[in-house]
Design a protein around this ligand. Structure first.
Ligand SMILES: [Mn+2]
Length: 464
């Protein structure tokens, strides 16, 4: 991406900073996987959003002077030929200034000297406390050292503010440049889901389908997956975050794939559920059509002015009506909606958090999650879902969210209806809110029964 885009983002962030303040953003660090092997590096999304720098350990400081002037300071690993021949070329302080647009740049070893000086006599420091314990301790140490110098005539910042209150509102609303990357991630992911449908055969193992997804993603330039693939055959689909992906696929079972490519630091998120042998059984089809109907109802509700909660309720009401008709729930759509409303109020009063239990709201046995989440640089992207306890987030053009209702009949529940035992179905698309309503960014992923049964008949050219 053009470096100008990152400068624009910093400027938009700074617009909302108090004059006379400083903001600190640490990069991700490398993490040990085992002995001396690292996990693959993935930059912190907030850091990347503002800097475009993909190096570990770096620190970005944004200063808005009392005059309104903006300074952008980067602390980076030094150029070092011995290090670079092992781990790759670095921007260094020259690169930070010339390529990355920093007004000043220092080697990381200078941070403990320079950053306390940046904090002196500022109104506020914007720093995201509680995300990175190690960096939290460094920030506290820098603040302490400024306080210790008070008799020398300097004062520490009065306030520590959370930059995410500003930054995540920006990230929630995608710009055309961001949407270009997200569209590409969606297109790659759609192709992989289509190829998986063509390739699946009874007797295969889940890991073969996982290999296919990785192959299609990498072949199309996706540097990594947005999250761990879920390739869940049969009853594994009832485990919401199943990712062992190592079991055989049986004739007569469904296969649930929840997988999205990351492209340019933006992640897609698609779930497909389809029959391993190419044909839905009548029972599978009945449940599938219910989930599909719920998904369509929720997608229809995706338009500016509607709230996230309205989308959530559109799917819930559809699923609840169907569960009542199947004889699996008692009450009416309205009575269950009222029950949920009261339950949420009680939970708020009693400070109860975590998933809602089926004892408290019976439909949660079959639909334990929510309709979806914001989508962007993080698969579960940042941004508020409620403006306050009473007001759900209104949808605006540029917001992206997933729509992913599901029904699961987990046999572990004592009262699991035998007729439906071990069926798990989820259908997920990625939706962009537009001026006129919405655009399905993952349209073309076969999601109707007819589309799925047709594509599974197509030959696969991918050797597994
Ligand atoms: Mn999702």
């Amino acid at each position: 991406m053009e470096m100008q885009l990152f400068a624009e983002r910093r400027a938009r962030f700074a617009e909302r900073m108090e004059p006379g303040s400083v903001a600190l953003f640490p990069a991700s660090r490398e993490k040990i996987r085992n002995h001396d092997v690292h996990y693959p590096f993935r930059q912190n999304s907030d850091f990347y959003y503002l800097t475009g720098l993909d190096e570990p350990e770096s620190i970005a400081a944004l200063i808005k002077e009392a005059s309104g002037e903006l300074r952008y300071i980067l602390f980076v690993r030094p150029r070092d030929i011995l290090d670079e021949i092992w781990t790759g070329v670095r921007a260094g302080v020259e690169g930070a200034r010339e390529w990355l647009g920093a007004t000043e740049a220092f080697e990381l070893s200078e941070a403990n000297k320079e950053i306390p000086a940046l904090l002196e006599d500022r109104l506020a420091v914007y720093y995201a406390l509680g995300f990175d314990d190690t960096f939290d301790r460094r920030v506290i140490g820098w603040l302490r050292s400024v306080r210790a110098a008070m008799r020398g005539g300097v004062n520490p910042p009065e306030q520590v503010r959370d930059p995410r209150a500003i930054l995540h509102e920006l990230r929630l609303r995608k710009t055309p440049a961001e949407l270009e990357l997200l569209r590409k991630a969606c297109a790659i992911s759609r192709e992989a889901h289509r190829e998986a449908m063509k390739a699946v055969q009874p007797g295969m193992n889940e890991f073969q389908i996982q290999a296919l997804l990785d192959f299609i993603y990498r072949r199309n330039g996706s540097e990594r997956n947005g999250y761990n693939h879920i390739v869940a055959g049969g009853k594994n689909a009832c485990i919401l975050h199943y990712d062992r992906n190592n079991q055989p696929l049986h004739d007569g079972d469904l296969l649930l794939i929840d997988s999205g490519a990351e492209y340019g630091h933006y992640s897609a998120d698609i779930t497909s559920t389809f029959p391993v042998n190419g044909r839905f059984s009548d029972k599978q089809k009945r449940i599938y059509e219910i989930v599909y109907g719920a998904q369509q109802a929720a997608i229809e509700a995706c338009k500016p002015g509607n709230t996230f909660e309205q989308v959530q309720h559109a799917a819930r009401d559809h699923l609840v009506a169907a569960l009542i008709e199947l004889g699996l729930l008692e009450g009416t759509v309205e009575s269950i909606a009222q029950q949920e409303k009261e339950l949420l109020e009680t939970r708020r009063k009693e400070r109860t958090r975590g998933p809602i239990k089926p004892e408290d709201l019976p439909y949660k046995q079959f639909y334990p999650h929510n309709i979806g989440h914001w989508l962007g640089m993080d698969v579960h992207d940042v941004g508020r879902y409620k403006l306050d306890p009473e007001r759900s987030q209104p949808l605006e053009p540029g917001m992206c969210l997933t729509i992913e209702p599901g029904l699961y009949f987990y046999e572990g529940y004592e009262n699991c209806p035998k007729e439906w035992a071990n069926i798990g179905i989820r259908i997920e698309d990625d939706i962009l809110i537009t001026e006129s309503g919405h655009e399905n960014l993952t349209a073309g992923t076969p999601h109707t029964v007819e589309e799925i049964e047709a594509i599974i008949q197509e030959p696969s050219s991918i050797p597994l």
